[in-house]
Design a protein around this ligand. Structure first.
Ligand code: NDP
Ligand code: MG
Length: 381
């Protein structure tokens, strides 16, 4: 059956990879719709290639501009995104939005019983408990992870239950500062941080990789996706980024998933699992690679990873505070308003400053924690 894909974040790094996957399998996938924030030109190009695709831009002025340019109706704002997701003609939502804005569309997709290929890890970090509740209430809906580590774990698990798992081993490239001495961290520039050794990704996740906050967010993401306590989720630094993650089972078997570091591979897998379709991507040449190396992460040099573990373990709205503060501070670093080391310091400050609200966890409490953390982080800048 052909799948009609609603692609959120169509103009981003994940969006571009997803469009290539769709192009390689036009007989199996159609582009139901595409959404982005404000990139009018790229959306117009997408519309040209897929004239039947519905369009939405979050920014209302840009939506009008795109409407003029394409002569097609363009939906706007969060309402626009939600309308695309809930359209009955779409049967797979690929959420490649960046940041906490991805949460609401994921929830909507679940409520509408859609299959979701989820790249937007911030959804699970801020509201994992709420998402799990919603999935329970809407059993027709299902989340398949796109994030390469979680997609690897998903494949290694192959449906086995959490009780059979001893440990999840999430690999991390270690980013550009893996070998940089701690005393040089104060001199890190934006250009240094954007220079990821392996992956080519959007700016925000590239900075998160440099601070290892990306791995911290992924630990929390894994906790909710695979229903395992934090004690059973470990991070292993693996600079070649070819082993995408591993599952240590209780019987001593250690399963790993390997592949070229190319997001099209997990994207296609998340869109078709358990079926495997052909895909033109680079392949790993093991004799050429010769050796794969693994190290313990350095939590002193990368306090963001430790902060994420702490916030995850504390539960409640802590991870939402961590995530929102991180988003604001990373954005300020990208605008060269703060230093690299101010990112973890600022997050720690926000976690201390914003109290836990107590009682039953609700989406409203999460959204309040998110906005309070944003305010607090902005004051620091
Ligand atoms: P990019 O920054 O490259 O792209 C973000 C996309 O989201 C763009 O299409 C952007 O639109 C859109 N967007 C941003 N804000 C809004 C908004 N308010 N409303 C609608 N659309 C919006 O990000 P990535 O592709 O790198 O990352 C996307 C997600 O995937 C993140 O959660 C990331 O952690 C995750 N991920 C990414 C990987 C990668 O290789 N890139 C790997 C694993 C996970 P516009 O262009 O108009 O601004
Ligand atoms: Mg990842």
């Amino acid at each position: 059956m052909s799948k009609a894909i609603c692609l959120l974040g169509a103009t981003g790094s994940i969006g571009c990879s997803a469009l290539d996957v769709i192009k390689q399998h036009k007989e199996r996938f159609s582009l139901h719709s595409a959404a982005a924030h404000s990139n009018v030109q790229k959306m117009a190009d997408i519309s040209k290639e897929y004239p039947n695709a519905k369009l939405a831009l979050f920014d209302k002025d840009c939506a009008l501009e795109l409407q003029k340019l394409t002569g097609k109706k363009v939906l706007a704002g969060m309402e626009g995104l939600l309308e695309l997701v809930s359209d009955s003609a779409c049967n797979l939502v690929l959420n490649g939005l960046i940041g906490s804005v991805g949460c609401e569309p994921t929830l909507k997709a679940i409520e509408c019983g859609k299959k979701i290929a989820l790249a937007n890890k911030e959804t699970l970090v801020m509201a994992g408990a709420i998402i799990k509740e919603a999935l329970k209430k809407n059993p027709a809906s299902q989340i398949t992870p796109v994030d390469s580590e979680h997609n690897a774990i998903f494949q290694c698990l192959a449906g086995r239950g959490a009780e059979e798992v001893e440990t999840l081993l999430i690999t991390a490239s270690g980013g550009p500062f893996r070998e940089l001495p701690a005393e040089k961290f104060s001199q890190i520039t934006l250009k240094d941080a954007l220079n990821h050794p392996v992956w080519s990704m959007g700016k925000k996740i590239t900075i998160d990789s440099a601070s290892m906050m990306n791995k911290g967010l992924e630990v929390i993401e894994a906790h909710f996706l695979f229903a395992l306590p934090y004690e059973q989720i470990k991070v292993v630094v693996h600079p070649q980024s070819m082993v995408h993650s591993l599952v240590q089972f209780r019987d001593g078997n250690l399963m790993a998933q390997l592949g070229a570091p190319d997001m099209r591979i997990p994207i296609l897998c998340a869109m078709t699992f358990p079926e495997r379709l052909p895909l033109q991507t680079p392949r790993l040449n093991l004799p050429e690679i010769q050796s794969l190396t693994f190290f313990e992460p350095d939590l002193k040099k990368f306090p963001c990873l430790a902060l994420a573990y702490e916030a995850g373990r504390a539960g409640g709205t802590r991870a939402a505070v961590l995530n929102a503060a991180n988003e604001v501070l990373v954005n300020a670093f990208i605008q060269e308003k703060i230093s690299f080391l101010s990112i973890p310091r600022g997050i720690e400050h926000c976690l201390e400053k914003i109290p836990e609200q107590g009682g039953e966890l609700t989406l409203e409490k999460i959204l309040l924690a998110d906005s309070s953390a944003r305010e607090e982080a902005k004051c620091l800048i």
